[in-house]
Design a protein around this ligand. Structure first.
Ligand SMILES: [Zn+2]
Length: 320
């Protein structure tokens, strides 16, 4: 039987899965992503996790017919590497992936496919939950915001797998929030898990009302705001602003890519489907000049990118 390997390299964890040509996962392994000191240390961790997944599946690593890698960070596809990974360590340097995995698995470089984690997530959600859909966008709202696009049945890659960086769409340039990239008014500056707390504090500074939201706590995070939805007037005001901007951002994505299905995932969405996904479903049609897509919660949760990486490892001709 032919075996394939999928890898999901995230800022916190690196995971690997082994499966067959049906895309079903047979065994997995995971480890913490090392914070450096070099890209080579991260590469070593990836190789170890792949080796562990193979041994857990009782598959000789040289019997693997293809590999797919979903990664965070800025990719350099020509080098088959993560060029920079600010979420791990800005100074970690390039993390080589394609070459080292090809040699570990005794494969040609062409048999190792590197994509962004959101692009792999789109492939995973489509394969497992929407196999008949030719046009799909997988929107993740987590620590950042991004999208993976399937258009005309094909995953959209773009230069260096940068298609779908929708978190940096400018949706509120006069709103006063600066994005992590340094520019004003980007979607994720307001609505990502990392930035909802900053936005809440900024709104409270402008209008310091009484609230049960623990704005002053050191560990204050987006979950604290969502936990007070419906019970705290200030939390509801923040979340109404966030929702309005999420709807505006989602409308921009639909106008750009014309999906039939908009899958919404990422931890912020999957932990708060009624507060995040339901309002997008309800309000999106009113913002569109094109037909509204079906809006649905991601089904694979944290596994979307890993599942998609495994599918990307399987040549089209071998897929069921
Ligand atoms: Zn930005």
């Amino acid at each position: 039987m032919m075996h394939f390997v999928g890898v999901d390299l995230g800022a916190s964890n690196v995971r690997a899965a082994v499966g067959d040509r049906t895309g079903e996962i047979r065994a997995t392994a995971r480890a913490r992503t090392p914070a450096g000191p070099t890209g080579a240390a991260v590469t070593d961790a990836v190789r170890e996790v792949v080796t562990a997944a193979c041994s857990s599946a009782d598959v000789d690593s040289t019997d693997v017919a293809g590999a797919g890698v979903a990664s965070m960070g800025r990719l350099d596809l020509a080098a088959g590497a993560v060029a920079s990974a600010p979420n791990v360590d800005a100074d970690v340097g390039p993390i080589r992936l394609v070459g080292p995995l090809a040699s570990l698995l005794d494969l040609d470089r062409d048999a190792v496919t590197l994509r962004s984690d959101t692009q792999a997530g789109a492939v995973g959600e489509r394969f497992h939950a929407h196999p008949d859909v030719e046009d799909l966008v997988y929107l993740t709202i987590s620590s950042g915001i991004g999208a993976g696009v399937i258009a005309d049945g094909e995953p959209l890659t773009g230069r260096d797998a940068n298609a779908g960086e929708v978190g940096h769409i400018t949706i509120a340039p006069e709103g006063g929030m600066t994005c992590g990239c340094g520019r004003e008014g980007h979607w994720e500056a307001y609505c990502s898990g990392n930035n909802v707390p900053r936005f809440a504090r900024a709104l409270h500074e402008r209008d310091p009302v009484d609230t049960a939201v623990p704005l002053a706590d050191e560990g204050f995070d987006a979950a604290d705001v969502y936990a007070h939805a419906g019970t705290d007037a200030f939390a509801d005001r923040v979340l109404e602003r966030v929702t309005a901007l999420n709807v505006r951002g989602a409308a921009a994505v639909v106008h750009a890519y014309a999906p039939r299905v908009l899958v919404v995932g990422g931890a912020v969405a999957t932990n708060n489907p009624e507060t995040v996904v339901e309002p997008i479903r309800r309000r999106l049609p009113g913002e569109l000049v094109v037909d509204a897509p079906e809006v649905t919660l991601a089904e694979l949760g944290d596994d979307a990118a890993l599942a998609g990486a495994l599918v990307l490892a399987i040549p089209d001709a071998d897929r069921p």
